[in-house]
Design a binder for this molecule. Sequence first.
Ligand SMILES: [Zn+2]
Length: 634
Amino acid sequence: MGRAGVVLGIEMSRLARTGKDWHHLLELCSLSGTLLADPDAVYDPGYYNDRLLLGLKGTMSEAEIFLIRQRMLGAKRAKAERGELILPLPAGYVRRPSGEAAFDPDEQAQDVVRLIFRTFQRLGTLNAVLRYLVGHEIQLPVRARSGPAKGDLEWRRPTRETLQNMLRNPAYAGYYAYGRRQVDPRRKIPGRPDTGKVVKPAGEWLVMLPGRLPAYIFEDEYRANLARLAANQQTAESPGAPRNGEALLSGLLRCGLCGGHRMAVSYHDPSARAAYGYTCGFYPVNYGTGDRCQHIAGPALDDYVARQVLDAVAPAALEVSMAAAAHAENERAALDKLWRQRVERGRYAADRARRQYQLADPENRLVTRQLEADWESALAEAGRLEAEYQRFAEQTPAVLAPAERDAIRSLASDLPRVWDAPTTTRADRKELLRILTDDVTVAVEGDSEIVNVDITWAGGHRTSGRAVRPVGRLDQLSYYPALLETVTRLAGEGRTSRQIAGTLNAAGYRPPKRTAVFTGQQVRNIISKHAIRENAKGRPAVLTDLDPGEWSVPGLSAELGMPTASIYNWIYRGWITARRAPGGRNWIITADEQQMRELRERRDRPPGYYTRARWAPPQAETGETQKEGQGGQP
Ligand SMILES: [Zn+2]
């Protein structure tokens, strides 16, 4: 506004710490003719010499602040590289007055941390650990970092995020790590110095020194935990944590037809539990064209792989039973210890409250009233803990009873029973499958019911086998020719369809859906569909001696892919040339290539094509159709 004549400052270059602000000020002053003054001189930014000097002062100042910051950060980094920079410690550690980190002297705090790592190893997901802790009322030991109670142990309810931070924290494996979170300037929010921190992957940390802290877990355990957390995420690369969906092999299955792409689970009907299958949609999904490689109904394949796995682990039954018994007792002992510590803590708190109350001057009612209330609530809490512990001890006896041991032993030797038990969840089964197998590659043989299954076991060993899937049509079956031959032969021998069904079942043939065995009705269908007909005497006759250009009704029906009823309809309408076979009721159809082409065209027209053309009111669009329709009719 041109009202300021001079801007005075003790050290002008300190006015701004960035060149941008400084030059902005110079520009404004030179435009409005304002002077700048510091203890050294008065400057007029409109003059070349003064402006040059002021610009230099600004540059010096910027360089100075940069140097100071650089030196500070460099010193901090150098200290961290020596492992001497004091970093906040996670739960389960305390810092001694001398500055070194040590295990938390509180026994219960240590036990809880150990329990969390052990439980994650056993259960495998954060969610399961969290539910376990909540179910057993286990809280996390945290040393207060600030406030009046700084350094005191606080018990906080576990959260998913805390657990995740614990499992990811390399301190528990003894590492001194600095720079796990680094500042990304693009994410900073102006005016909030703590913002913009980004968690970096392990390779990009600034400092990583092994063996600087007492360790709760071994290094390979830490890496295994990280790998497990990564594998639990459901992405294209990792199968994700096992969930309670029906499909056992979800995430494990690879397609053997297109080079091992992961197969997806598809549920046909959410209300039917067994209606799911595995599909490889690599080409349609990634190229937008082409057919899916293969589709396999789920339950049959799941059963096959499950049996393979159960057979594989059967020899280890005795070891499993011993380990399971020991594990049950260990877990019980760990929980019991935590309970006893909790009870002891409650008793101590009550005792301390009592002593505080007794030490107070009885005349000072203001203080004693509060202390009395504290003592009462501490006593109530101690009583509650003891009662809870009592209940826990009654529910879970310290040593397994002989009957329980026998139960474990018998279950271990009868794994299929455990597998099928209603208390075994789908997630349990998937977990077992994933422990034992790396992946399962499947390839359907042609269009048939046979599926070649390659199992890669954990450790790399591979076995191959064949599973059988249900197929939709009889002629997809690999034994279709043999089946047809048997039926024709037996029908020729004059057997009834029920007898034939019995023979087929005894020979191990199964109908395509694999839901049951062959019945007489199904055999009758096969006989009628495949031109094995019975003549008037009840003797079967087969139309085999057809010339080229001649067809049986079922033969033509199969060739054109339409029902036999339509073929008969067409014969009666006269659209097909046919004559009776000598001595029988069978039709023999003659159709040369030209006629076959016409029949195919006729078949491809939509249903109701002729009737609609006849009855629809004359319209411009339908006029042509009508003509063609009439022309097509004889
Ligand atoms: Zn595929």
